[in-house]
Design a protein around this ligand. Structure first.
Ligand SMILES: [Zn+2]
Length: 237
């Protein structure tokens, strides 16, 4: 095939169309198609390049969404053959690029919406503080929790300590000399992120920190109580 002749043909064709009055898509339709493509070329998907709307079938009066592809200037030459090398992509191929890219953009939009919904979510209650726990003493942070609510706790200390999550009642029993019945616990840690604790029922629960050493210890805790997973599902997602 004689490439230069083909290139000349397409160049000429485009010139004629321009003389005939190349029709631009209505602005609102153009904006919709651009947004559906994240203002990004559906062929190379390189962000922040200048883009144009390309009439896939070559008919500039056929401005329907399915006939409009967002392409960068480089790829516009490739789909129209303006660069003198002939048509690189058939209309069917361009449609395929468009459909695939729009699907990816739509999915990304949905993911972003999810993120936006999640962001304003705040814990029901939170504690962030540093406390001095004297040698051979303990301290308990108490929380009234409802069944299904989650307690997330991380902690760091300047010497080894023990940490437990248990009911307020079991903590009191332990203070009275009984064995500690705990849900989650770590011994001899300087830093830890406890696995999430889900309240098995309504009640008072404590995060107890025990300093079993003969030195005072500074402990910083970051504790947050979050609404349970059921509430998230009720959002309709
Ligand atoms: Zn491109």
């Amino acid at each position: 095939m004689d490439g230069s002749e083909v290139g000349f043909f397409f160049f000429g064709l485009r010139g004629n169309l321009t003389e005939m009055g190349r029709q631009e898509p209505p602005p609102r339709l153009a904006a919709e198609v651009l947004a559906a493509n994240n203002h990004t070329c559906c062929i190379c998907r390189v962000q922040r390049k200048h883009v144009q709307l390309h009439h896939i079938d070559g008919n500039s009066s056929n401005s329907v969404p399915s006939n409009l592809a967002v392409v960068c200037l480089d790829d516009h030459s490739r789909v129209t053959g303006d660069e003198g090398l002939g048509r690189r992509f058939s209309p069917q191929e361009v449609t395929l690029f468009k459909v695939r890219w729009e699907a990816i953009c739509a999915q990304a939009d949905m993911d972003e919406d999810d993120d936006e919904d999640d962001e304003p979510e705040e814990p029901l209650e939170s504690v962030f503080q540093t406390r001095l726990i004297r040698a051979n003493e303990e301290y308990a942070f108490t929380f009234q929790m409802e069944e299904g609510q989650e307690l997330i706790c991380s902690l760091s200390a300047d010497d080894y300590i023990d940490i437990s999550i248990c009911t307020a009642r079991d903590y009191q029993r332990w203070l009275d000399g009984e064995d500690l019945m705990e849900y989650i616990g770590e011994e001899d840690v300087l830093h830890c992120d406890l696995p999430p604790f889900v309240a098995p029922r309504n009640g008072k629960f404590v995060v107890a920190i025990m300093n079993n050493s003969d030195e005072d210890v500074d402990v910083t805790v970051d504790i947050a109580i979050w609404a349970g997973g059921d509430e998230d599902e009720d959002d309709g997602r």
